[in-house]
Design a protein. Structure first.
Length: 125
């Protein structure tokens, strides 16, 4: 009888541990519901200083046309934490865009404080 109770106890403990692992592990899964906003560069001045200004980027959810050549800013996909979403979405200054010069008058995006930002640069026009 004691052995039967001991085996049932072990079974219940194993089941409880299994539930803890299933529910506890799900808390550490990658966020599959990450929301990003798409912005297109919108200035005729394509210098490094201007590319780094968040105000020169406009919300454009269906933008395309970047060929991934590191010469000129084109499109960025930014996490919602770096976007002002009241009204038309705009980039928050906390994004801290960084650009590198391709020439004296053209620059492309290299990074930002959004470690998950997707960058699409293009061939200089």
């Amino acid at each position: 009888m004691y052995t039967a109770i001991k085996n049932v106890s072990k079974g219940l403990m194993a089941a409880a541990l299994g539930l803890v692992l299933v529910f506890g592990g799900s808390a550490f899964k990658a966020d599959s519901k990450r929301v990003q906003y798409t912005f297109r560069y919108n200035s005729t001045d394509k210098s490094q200083a201007e590319v780094e200004k968040e105000s020169n980027w406009i919300y454009s959810p269906s933008s395309a046309g970047c060929n991934q050549v590191q010469q000129e800013a084109c499109i960025i996909h930014v996490d919602q934490a770096f976007v002002n979403t009241s009204g038309t979405p705009t980039l928050d200054p906390s994004l801290n865009l960084l650009a590198a010069p391709y020439t004296a008058t053209k620059a492309y995006v290299t990074s930002s404080d959004d470690g998950d930002m997707d960058i699409e640069n293009r061939t200089a026009q």
